[in-house]
Design a binder for this molecule. Structure first.
Ligand SMILES: Cc1cc2nc3c(=O)[nH]c(=O)nc-3n(C[C@H](O)[C@H](O)[C@H](O)COP(=O)(O)OP(=O)(O)OC[C@H]3O[C@@H](n4cnc5c(N)ncnc54)[C@H](O)[C@@H]3O)c2cc1C
Length: 283
């Protein structure tokens, strides 16, 4: 759909004004982040853009609890160049961001626009594995865990912030993606996080995504890992469980069998990197 359908452009400097423009626009008014999705796929009913550039949502700040508050208008480049964000999860966030799209794309795409998108994502598996949360505005602010946010049907809302919780001592994460080319969407991606307490896995996240889904935790694989040591044997067993537990999709690019196989490989590689990162001290 060409952007020539857009007849109104708003650039409010207050969050509440942006929200009211969208609420009152009755589907015809769309929030504009970096525009990378809107330019490619502008919904036919959209005739007005509400640009969030002046609302003051481009920041990374420490949260009171020791975590990080990431303003929705922060671009992926902002985040990749922010030392604390890039190093978060023992480097998993930077590792993932460096693989999202191209440099030009990362210069425009915002984290707020991305979480709304809720599909074809390398970012969401990492946010799920790190227990991130999302702050939304609908006349008042509310905070949702990223998992709740992705499952909710919120209707019109402004994403204000993504929050990363305080880093856990003895914790590390890693991200792996497989795609046909560097620039292509992932056939399969995975992010795993392990919280180690005195040599025992006290908490684990195993999240697998693919091109058409958001990324989902794999509870059977998390259970397999939790309560024991992190060794090459437990890593291999967890990867096996993950591969058997997921049911990925089949299309002209890759078969479901191949994607399921890749899921196991991705989990094994993530957990091997996590092991290495924990040996170096983790988060
Ligand atoms: C060529 C290309 C390559 C890509 N490669 C990858 C990749 O390798 N890995 C990956 O994970 N992703 C990839 N993506 C997806 C990309 O990351 C998203 O397109 C991007 O993050 C969307 O952010 P944006 O700021 O451009 O959103 P916009 O296009 O501005 O908006 C997207 C949607 O979100 C809404 N919106 C925007 N900001 C807000 C807000 N703050 N609150 C509420 N609603 C809002 C808009 O109204 C719109 O509906 C790719 C996309 C393209 C086009």
């Amino acid at each position: 759909m060409p952007l020539t359908q857009i007849t109104h452009y708003h650039r409010p400097d207050q969050l509440d004004e942006a929200w009211r423009l969208v609420r009152d626009g009755d589907g015809a008014a769309r929030l504009l982040g970096g525009g990378t999705d809107l330019v490619v796929r502008c919904p036919p009913e959209a005739t007005a853009l509400v640009d969030l550039a002046e609302v003051g949502l481009r920041y990374v700040e420490p949260a009171g609890d020791g975590g990080l508050r990431i303003g929705a208008m922060s671009t992926f480049t902002d985040l990749l160049e922010h030392p604390e964000v890039a190093a978060y999860g023992a480097g998993a966030v930077g590792e993932m961001l460096a693989q999202v799209g191209s440099v030009l794309h990362r210069n425009s795409a915002t984290i707020g626009g991305h979480v709304v998108r809720s599909r074809l994502s390398d970012v969401l598996p990492v946010l799920l594995a790190l227990d991130a949360s999302v702050v939304v505005y609908t006349g008042e602010q509310a905070t949702w865990s990223i998992a709740e946010y992705l499952d909710a049907d919120l209707g019109p809302h402004v994403v204000v912030e993504v929050r990363l919780p305080p880093p856990v001592a003895g914790s590390a994460a890693a991200f792996v993606r497989f795609s046909r080319t560097e620039f292509d969407h992932a056939l399969v991606n995975a992010c795993c996080r392990v919280d180690l307490d005195q040599g025992v896995v006290a908490g684990a996240r195993v999240v697998i995504g693919e091109s058409v889904t958001v990324g989902r935790r794999v509870p059977a694989a998390e259970d397999e890992l939790t309560g024991g040591p992190l060794t090459p044997q437990t890593v291999a067993a967890t990867a096996r469980v993950a591969r058997e537990a997921v049911s990925l999709h089949d299309d002209w690019i890759a078969s479901a069998d191949y994607r399921n196989h890749l899921a196991g490989v991705a989990v094994e590689r993530c957990l091997t990197t996590v092991t290495d990162r924990l040996q170096k001290g983790g988060s």
